[in-house]
Design a protein around this ligand. Sequence first.
Ligand code: ATP
Length: 317
Amino acid sequence: MDPGISLELQQVTKRYAGHTAVRKLSLRVPRGAIYGLLGPNGAGKTTTIRMVLGIVQPDEGSITVLGNPEGGWKASHRIGYLPEERGLYRKMKVLDLLTFLAEAKGVRRATARRDAESWLERLGLSAWKVHKIDDLSKGMQQKVQFIATLLHRPELVILDEPFAGLDPVNSQVLKDIVREVAQGGATILFSTHVMEQAERLCDSVCIIARGEKVLDGSLAEVKQTHRGRHVALAVAGGVASIDSLLADRALVARADNYGNYAEIELAEGADPQRLLQLLVQTGVQVTRYEITEPSLHKIFLDRVGAEAAVAAASGNE
Ligand code: ATP
């Protein structure tokens, strides 16, 4: 495998009792990338991650992890995994637990203890190190589990919905750490259905829906591909006055009307200049006409569909 690639899936399919959770999924995660596996609830993200880790086996296709064509189980000491279902040994004390988990991944006890203390300090948990996991709030437990994921300095870090349930301050602290770890050379694969998180953090993404890939590539490429089709538009007197023009499906694929302005996705192949000309011909006073770069959320809406996007938005963050 190309040494610049940490993880590669080729044509991977997983079925559960007649239901296909993941279908012919191919993707490549570059070394050192922060790679977002994105999709609405039930899209197949966790199933994909479990296959990468070797927890479940694909029915078809191949998965190469850190150069191992047998998949993640062969490289488990080099991988850090934060599962979606959090769970720690509740009766153990925080520092003892972190030391134990790092030792299980091959770290010497003294090193594990020293590094764990330094992480606890950084995440504001030093005062809790001799407390049992049970005594910690859910958010604190999540931070401890996050430390456990990174303590053995893994080359590949897999985070399943890592920010779910965290307050904005802790969420930001963890995002900063994710960036640092990637800058240190590790590869990050993380799943989320919150596009704003992915937009802020990822340099590459893969959007899946109903088990199938919708698009993938670097964030810059994905945005480039969708550029030129989105227009922010405002007219004097409000957008309602040009309703009939916006209903022209040869020109406008979709218009989100916010009253004072509208966000428009042009139809495939439609020329933004043509829309501007027609607007001027109607006699309205155009106060804003801006070809915009779509947000990842907008791209997700356009490509995955409003129905799936609503399901994603109503999921827990
Ligand atoms: P979410 O964001 O809600 O966690 P997800 O993208 O992680 O969703 P998966 O958990 O991978 O999605 O589920 C994909 C599909 O596969 C769902 O329809 C789910 O019900 C099904 N599925 C997952 N695991 C199993 C299993 N062990 N047995 C049967 N069906 C399963």
